[in-house]
Design a protein around this ligand. Structure first.
Ligand code: HEM
Length: 176
């Protein structure tokens, strides 16, 4: 099997775009807006909705990943780098799912479902900073950014230095 299933390819790129937007907007807009600002509710609504969709798509992708034929793990002749590649992929799943779960935990502890989606009219807490899942969500977002940077570095290495076109496995084409 030379390529991933086309559904997995679609999910990969859709999730990549959504996650990068979630990281950028979460870190630069949402968390920089004080909870007292009138626009905060709208930003939370957008972020929480997108985050939930990411979590659901991620779980669906994981199920498809384990029920379709996929290419063998890459072998570049270095045991350590081979293992690093495999581990990074599993870490991606784990960290993204933990991001979703910690986000839901912040939301529940802060009563956000009623305030943001239920229109309860209650005020937001002054800050989310003292909630432990908020700390986890922030740390996980840094780990996720590092993983993405490593993933892009691996792409550049395979595409332009080794020139083995490994990453074409995550694109459409004939699956031999
Ligand atoms: C899985 C995808 C998600 C990504 C990539 C993501 C990303 C982020 C980032 C980067 C931040 C700012 C972190 C910081 O600056 O310390 C943040 C904050 C936050 N996220 Fe998420 N998030 C995701 C899912 C969720 C979900 C599912 C929820 C809730 C249902 C949620 C609720 C929140 C809340 C309440 C904050 C705090 C905002 C503040 O401090 O004002 N997130 N998220």
């Amino acid at each position: 099997m030379s390529r991933y299933h086309p559904i997995l390819v679609v999910f990969h790129w859709l999730l990549a775009i959504m996650i990068i937007i979630g990281l950028v907007m979460g870190g630069s807009v949402l968390s920089e807006t004080p909870n007292s600002a009138p626009e905060k509710l709208f930003f939370l609504k957008m972020h929480m909705s997108a985050g939930m969709i990411i979590l659901i798509l991620m779980v669906v992708r994981l199920v498809i990943r384990f029920s379709t034929k996929k290419p063998p793990h890459a072998d570049i002749g270095n045991t350590l780098l081979n293992k690093l590649g495999v581990t990074t992929h599993y870490l991606f799943y784990l960290i993204i799912i933990l991001m979703g779960v910690s986000g839901i935990a912040i939301a529940n502890l802060a009563g956000l479902p009623d305030i943001v989606f239920g229109g309860s009219g209650a005020a937001l807490p002054a800050t989310f900073d003292e909630l432990p899942p908020r700390t986890a969500h922030g740390v996980l977002s840094i780990i996720l950014k590092l993983l993405i940077a490593g993933h892009i570095a691996a792409f550049i290495y395979h595409q332009f230095i080794r020139k083995d076109s490994l990453f074409s496995r995550m694109w459409f084409g004939k699956r031999t």
